[in-house]
Design a protein around this ligand. Structure first.
Ligand code: ACO
Length: 409
């Protein structure tokens, strides 16, 4: 607050101003020093570092360290952090029994919501959120165990045995092995695939006060344990307007492909522009970005790299996505509304090429976003002045009336 700027906190006292702002279009819910987005410029910074530089120069472990601690690690700090995370990759064997209670065809996000919340049952120290050491170990446990839980969820859906973590591999390499190795055949991690998935993790790691992060903060503001708060974030992420968009986007591309492919793109776009149809171009548009989502640019590059490395250059869904984007960027409907591809537009194509089933896409997003959720939760709890989140309402119901005896209603 500079000399010419009014400090609204002083002006309106502790309770602030009473505003009605459905969807939080112009209401800040907290102060945060973690992630900055300039939606008009299409800029995304983690702790001040441009996402483009992090995606090219750093791996997911360095990015996680940055989000949690505020600075990039030096070599020793990185090695220590890797070691700490690696040490915690196993989950309690009891978790298997909980997982086995689900139907094998359950949606992975339904299972993940349960598994993440259930972890609080194993780590009683996590309920003491006032102790920074307990908060730290909970953060490490969540970061370390999410890949194991996602891979277990996948193996369970396939009826295959679980593959235990192999801790001499990288964070992402270990996840790929837990997903795709079997007891009969080991899995050789492909460098291009590993790097691509690691980049997906970096691009999804945090995104300031989006719906799921705000959910984590609101849930955590009651003082509940971090596993419960992150489980709430996982549940929120599932929705198709948020993290579920990657799954919805790939389903949309497959449907267009099945109904005639590129030749039918124009027809599909007419449907999207017809408000009565209720059809949206999934993977397009964003509440904050009114310019190209910088993550989508990086994801498009990654998509090309992976498809080339796997000999899938002519992937029809990638061609379809490029054509949809080309048409949208020239169409007044999209131009006037400033609708551009978001991170989900190309991420599904990469994941599909790697062999990840569509229904698991949002769980992968949750895996990557966990570090951001935890960093935001910890930032909130570390502030001695934080309060329980308690939105107000604009009441539109009946005001004070008397109950009429049931026989006279
Ligand atoms: N396709 C067609 N029209 C769209 C789309 C789209 N994908 N997105 C927005 N619009 C239109 C709306 O119909 C509306 O038009 P109008 O002004 O004529 O009524 C206008 O653009 C503004 O849209 P809103 O829904 O008001 O914008 P909001 O900021 O509330 O929503 C959202 C943002 C939810 C991301 C929206 O763009 C959307 O539904 N996109 C598709 C789903 C998606 O890709 N979600 C992922 C977001 S990124 C993430 O969570 C990781």
């Amino acid at each position: 607050v500079g000399p010419d700027v009014i400090d609204i906190r002083k002006l309106y006292g502790q309770t602030g101003m009473f505003t009605y702002d459905p969807g939080f279009l112009s209401t800040a819910s907290c102060e945060s020093a973690i992630t900055y987005i300039d939606g008009d410029k299409g800029q995304l910074l983690y702790r001040g570092y441009p996402i483009e530089q992090l995606a090219v120069n750093c791996d997911f472990m360095e990015t996680s360290y940055l989000l949690l601690n505020g600075e990039l690690p030096n070599e020793k700090q990185k090695a220590d952090f890797n070691h700490q995370v690696t040490y915690h990759t196993m989950v309690n064997e009891q978790m298997q029994f909980f997982l086995r209670g689900f139907r094998r065809d359950a949606h992975p996000m339904a299972i993940m919501t349960g598994l993440v919340g259930a972890m609080a049952a194993f780590y009683h120290d996590s309920t003491d959120i006032t102790n920074p050491e307990h908060r730290h170990i909970s953060a490490i446990r969540l970061l370390a165990k999410m890949p194991t839980l996602v891979a277990m969820t996948y193996k369970y859906s396939q009826g295959q045995p679980f593959i235990y973590p192999q801790n001499d591999l990288s964070y992402t390499g270990n996840f790929l092995r837990m997903m795709f190795a079997t007891p009969c055949e080991d899995y050789k991690v492909n460098d291009v695939v590993e790097r691509a998935l690691d980049r997906i993790f970096i691009l999804h790691a945090d995104h300031e006060q989006n719906a799921s992060t705000s959910t984590v903060r609101l849930c955590g503001s009651s003082g509940t344990n971090p596993f419960a708060a992150i489980a709430a974030g996982v549940a929120c992420l599932w929705g198709p307007a948020h993290g579920g968009a990657n799954e919805a986007c790939l389903n949309m591309l497959e449907q267009i492909q099945a109904n005639g492919g590129i030749a039918k793109v124009g027809e599909f776009m007419e449907q999207v522009k017809d408000k009565e149809s209720g059809v949206r171009l999934m993977g397009f548009g964003h509440r904050v970005y009114k310019n190209y989502d910088p993550r989508a640019k990086l994801m498009q590059e990654t998509c090309k790299e992976v498809l080339t490395a796997l000999g899938l250059e002519n992937d029809p869904l990638f061609k379809l996505a490029m054509e949809l984007e080309r048409i949208a960027l020239e169409d007044p409907y999209f131009v006037e509304r400033k609708l551009y591809p978001n991170v989900d537009f190309y991420s599904g194509i990469v994941q599909r090429a790697i062999g990840i089933p569509t229904s698991l896409f949002t769980a992968i997003f949750a895996l990557a976003r966990t570090v951001g959720w935890v960093a935001q939760w910890n930032e909130m709890i570390s502030d001695p002045a934080y309060k329980i989140g308690r939105p107000r309402q604009l009441f539109t119901g009946e005001i004070a009336r008397d109950v009429v005896e049931i026989s006279k209603r």
